[in-house]
Design a protein around this ligand. Structure first.
Ligand SMILES: NC(=O)c1ccc[n+]([C@@H]2O[C@H](COP(=O)([O-])OP(=O)(O)OC[C@H]3O[C@@H](n4cnc5c(N)ncnc54)[C@H](O)[C@@H]3O)[C@@H](O)[C@H]2O)c1
Length: 294
């Protein structure tokens, strides 16, 4: 699917993998709504994107300057070519129905919502039975609530909006009518969770497990659902760790032997959007790492 002229909703868009994705989609000509917590620097990021980064790449849909002909979407409420800012921050919590609906509504106002990337998440680590006794149930609950319920909350509300858009198709590809793509973020912990990752692994395992049923359900609506399971990426989530621990994590990756660059995650998102045969699958993006028990 062609990114230029689409509206994209990126959760966790003010940091790490989400920020890299929002930047890449914006550079490819998308209208981008960043949904992140109210304390996140989303406003400054949106201002920066609107001030120039990626702006030159935007070609109004249907323009003769575009390399591929993009069918005009009658559902598009905006007039491409206006000075309407293409990036917008909507503060909110992915677990809140109202906050997420507000972000979806903002994205729909910018253009036809066709791309959703769920990057909001937390990575708590604690043993199930630690030195102070059993893990508080609320801690397990919080990981599931943000990582799994939050991802589902965004998916259900965004998919409902996507279903109202007119399908588009690349004339060069037969049978390629599409309405949109939802990309969720799991983790290699969904498959090889370490000691202390019971809650995190359960939340990410849920994200991976719901990929196929969602893809099957949305197929008649021409909406694809994919999940990326990153290994270890150099984002603020890991930047809080001591340098020695980060170096050691990077060294454990067989090849390339380093932490992943968030731009590499964003590059896979772009490929998933572009490639209509990718659907209902979880892709590990991990340099062949298999996490050890601890
Ligand atoms: N960095 C890695 O090595 C790695 C590896 C595997 C999976 N992941 C997953 O990738 C995703 C992005 O991680 P990252 O490394 O970019 O982390 P990050 O901490 O840099 O970014 C996460 C963003 O999510 C936001 N967020 C957290 N809770 C939220 C909520 N309830 N509502 C809205 N926004 C919320 C945070 O404010 C933050 O901006 C997460 O789901 C994480 O579990 C990361």
């Amino acid at each position: 699917m062609i990114i230029n002229g689409c509206s994209a909703l990126v959760t966790g868009g003010a940091s790490g993998l989400g920020l890299a994705t929002a930047t890449a989609l914006h550079a490819a000509g998308a209208h981008v709504v960043l949904l992140d917590l109210p304390g996140a620097p989303g406003e400054a990021i949106a201002d920066r994107l609107n001030a120039g980064a990626g702006a030159a790449a935007h070609v109004p849909a249907g323009s003769s300057a575009s390399t591929t002909v993009v069918p005009r979407d009658p559902a598009a409420p905006i007039n491409p070519g206006t000075s309407h800012p293409r990036a917008q921050f909507v503060p909110g919590d992915v677990t809140s129905a109202g906050d997420v609906q507000a972000a979806v509504d903002a994205a729909v106002l910018l253009g036809p919502l066709r791309i959703v990337v769920n990057c909001a998440g937390i990575a708590p680590g604690a043993r199930t039975v630690g030195r102070d006794g059993p893990m508080p149930l609320a801690d397990f609950d919080r990981a599931i609530r943000i990582n799994l319920v939050g991802t589902f909350n965004v998916t259900r509300l965004a998919a409902a909006a996507m279903m109202k858009t007119a399908p588009v198709g690349d004339p060069a590809r037969q049978g390629a009518a599409e309405r949109g793509v939802i990309v969720n973020t799991a983790s290699v912990a969904a498959f090889d969770g370490q000691i202390g990752q019971a809650a995190y692994a359960a939340s990410k395992g849920g994200v991976a497990a719901m990929t196929l049923p969602l893809a099957r359900e949305f197929a008649p609506s021409f909406i694809r659902v994919m999940t990326i399971a990153p290994g270890t990426f150099d984002t603020p989530m890991l930047q809080g760790l001591p340098t020695a621990v980060r170096d050691s994590l990077g060294a454990q990756v067989p090849h390339p032997s380093r932490l992943g660059d968030p731009a590499e995650y964003a590059s896979l998102v772009r490929h998933i959007v572009d490639n209509p045969m990718l659907n209902g699958e979880t892709i590990r993006l991990d340099g062949a790492i298999r996490m050890q028990p601890k």
